[in-house]
Write a protein that binds this ligand. Structure first.
Ligand code: BEZ
Length: 262
C-alpha cells in the first residue's frame, strides 16, 4: 500500500531548524483550510485544554485496532503510555512501533498499558501493522488509535506550531511524536514531544517510568541519567535526620544535595 503522506509533509519532517518554511510559497497555492477545520485555531488560548503535568488526561472515545475505547476506561487503575505518530507507512514511525511492541514485557512488568495513535484510519493501521511485524519480527498487540481527523491529536495538542501554517490539502495540521505518561489517577505525569524527523528513545521512556514509580513509592527524586539500582536523592522537603531514619545512610555532598540508597 502506498504511503499516505502529502509532499509538503515529507519536506516538513526533515526540516533542520524551525525557520519559516522554504516551501511556504508553494503551499500558499494549495486550498486553504475551511473554518470548520480551524476550530482550535480560533479558540482563545485560555479556553484550550491545558495539558499541564498533574492535570487530568482529557477523556475521549475513539476507534482503535482492538476496538472502540473510552480512554479513561482503558486506563482503569493502570499506568498508561499514550504515544502518537504522524502517519502510517512512514519509516521512522515503523521503527518506533516495532521497538515499543518488542518491549511489551518491560511495560507489563511495570504495570503500564500501551496505546499508540496515528493519523490514519483503521484499514490503513491494519495493513501497516503487518509491515511493522515483518520489519521488526514482532507482534503489535497494543491498540493503535485511528485518528484520521486529528481529533485526539488536537485534544492533546500533538501539533507543531509551524504545521498550523502548512496544513495539508484537507486543511488539517500534521500530528507530531508525543508521549504522555499517565498514572492510575489519570494524571499526566510526563510528556515528551519530538519532531517527525527524530525517532524516540524507548529506553528513556522506560527509565522515566522507573523514576516516577520509584519516586511515588519511596518519596525520593532521581538524578541525571539515573537508572534502577543507583543512588537516589533525598528531596529538600525531608530533613537529613528523617531521611536517615527512613533510608539508613545518607551521603551529604551539599546540605541541599543528599544521596541515599533504596
Ligand atoms: C517518518 O519517517 O516516520 C515520517 C517521515 C515523514 C513525515 C512523517 C513521518
Amino acid at each position: 500500500m502506498a504511503p499516505i503522506i502529502a509532499p509538503q509533509m515529507a519536506f516538513r519532517a526533515f526540516r533542520a531548524a524551525p525557520q519559516p518554511a522554504p516551501w511556504a510559497r508553494l503551499t500558499s497555492q494549495l486550498p486553504r483550510a475551511q473554518p470548520a477545520f480551524r476550530r482550535f485555531f480560533a479558540t482563545p488560548a485560555q479556553e484550550q485544554p491545558r495539558l499541564r503535568l498533574g492535570s487530568t488526561a482529557p477523556n475521549f472515545k475513539a476507534l482503535t485496532t482492538t476496538g472502540q475505547i473510552d480512554f479513561h476506561e482503558f486506563i482503569g487503575n493502570s499506568w498508561t503510555i499514550l504515544f502518537s505518530h504522524p502517519a502510517d507507512f512512514t519509516p521512522v514511525c515503523t521503527t518506533e512501533l516495532g521497538a515499543f511492541a518488542k518491549l511489551k514485557n518491560e511495560f507489563e512488568k511495570r504495570g503500564v498499558k500501551m496505546i499508540g495513535l496515528s493519523a490514519n484510519d483503521l484499514g490503513s493501521h491494519e495493513e501497516w501493522i503487518k509491515d511493522i511485524n515483518e520489519v521488526s519480527s514482532t507482534s503489535v498487540e497494543f491498540p493503535i488509535i485511528a485518528d484520521a481527523d486529528r481529533k485526539v491529536a488536537f485534544l492533546y495538542d500533538m501539533i507543531d506550531q509551524q504545521d498550523l501554517d502548512n496544513i495539508d490539502q484537507k486543511g488539517i495540521a500534521f500530528t507530531i511524536r508525543s508521549v504522555f505518561i499517565i498514572d492510575p489517577n489519570k494524571k499526566i505525569r510526563l510528556t515528551m514531544m519530538y519532531p517527525a524527523s527524530t525517532g524516540r528513545n524507548s529506553a528513556e521512556v522506560l527509565r522515566v517510568i522507573d523514576s516516577l514509580q520509584t519516586g511515588d513509592k519511596k518519596g525520593v527524586t532521581t538524578p541525571i541519567d539515573w537508572q534502577v539500582g543507583q543512588d537516589v536523592i533525598v528531596p529538600p522537603s525531608v530533613s537529613t535526620s528523617d531521611a536517615k531514619k527512613k533510608f539508613g545512610e545518607v551521603r551529604e555532598v551539599k546540605p541541599y544535595l543528599r544521596y541515599t540508597k533504596i
